[in-house]
Design a protein around this ligand. Sequence first.
Ligand code: PLP
Length: 389
Amino acid sequence: MNKCRSVARRMQHIQPFYVMDLLAQARDLEAQGRSIIHMEIGEPDFVTPAPIIEAGQNALRAGYTHYTPALGLPALRQKIADAYYIRYGVSVDPLRVLMTPGASGALQLVMSVLINPGDAVLMADPGYPCNRHFVRLVEGEPISVPVGSETAYQLNADLVAAAWTPQTRAVLVASPSNPTGTLLSVQALYDIHQVVQEKGGVLIVDEIYQGLVYDGECCSALSIADDIFVINSFSKYYGMTGWRLGWVVAPPEYVEPMDRLAQNIFLAAVTLSQHAALEAFSAEVAVILEERRQEYMRRRNYLLPALQSLGFDIPVVPGGAFYLYARSTQLTQDSFQFAQLLLDKAGVAVTPGRDFGRHRPEQHIRFAYTTSLKNLAEGVERIRCFIGD
Ligand SMILES: Cc1ncc(COP(=O)(O)O)c(C=O)c1O
């Protein structure tokens, strides 16, 4: 009791990831010799491409162990800006590219410079759970807008307009999205941006799964306007989760305050990771990343119909990321309990909807295809036996 009194009030709103409990249980079971198929993990199973690791090793050997400038290595910021031009034909001033400790650091920085206490930020529910906590940390109000298959589990211009209040300051979307893997088209982003602009707010687009796209156009919100905050990271497409390196492309007038804040709260992103990431744009790495993208696509193409044949409902084919968000009501009315039993009885770990918001979480399960096709097939067979098909 006394201990709790010393914890700040804002901590009341910070919830744990339920899947972490499941993951810990899965690891315990593995330690006891049980075989577990992991479909709960939201990070690539591939290790970082070898040329990037080598570049990191070389950087250490060369003694690059000091701080970089708060906004990152100029050469890396330039490479990222160049990549936007090469891939999407968008010219970005490298001075607007700010390196951060993961997309997480970018989200924290963006919320800190934008949100005053009481300001509301609109976001899709289901969505990436940390987003509401980033808003809470700066004493803002995360407003979860329920979304379903009719809008491909994404916000659209009408939903944004309807949810807008005088307190609304910003809208945060992700394309491709976690947990649903669905995309926003350039047109949809454009329409949302129009509404946000008319209302005098700010649009933030999380493009962390950019590159992991299997159908439809791969685009960047930067092609729409300069006043959008675009967040990205080396974690997912580049397979560098543990290196803790991301970036944000900020509207020009926000660069100076973000620099000031980054100097204070992070000092700089990890130096070793920035030197390694310089290699992430090489032709050699591009080949590796394309092979991996195709492997993810094969996995998606296998897992989607396999889960449907078991009775999971996946009404929208997810065009990207490495997730399938399935409605599980034909099999259970309580996805949390189902996930727990599935782990205990069948040795398959999945993430129940509860981690992603309050909109029908008990009806949904997220499957991550961050494991081999062989493991996915074994997982599907185990689920089939578990549900007695
Ligand atoms: C949508 C989304 N945004 C941001 C993050 C944070 O990523 P990182 O801090 O590793 O770059 C994640 C991680 O799962 C995510 O799914």
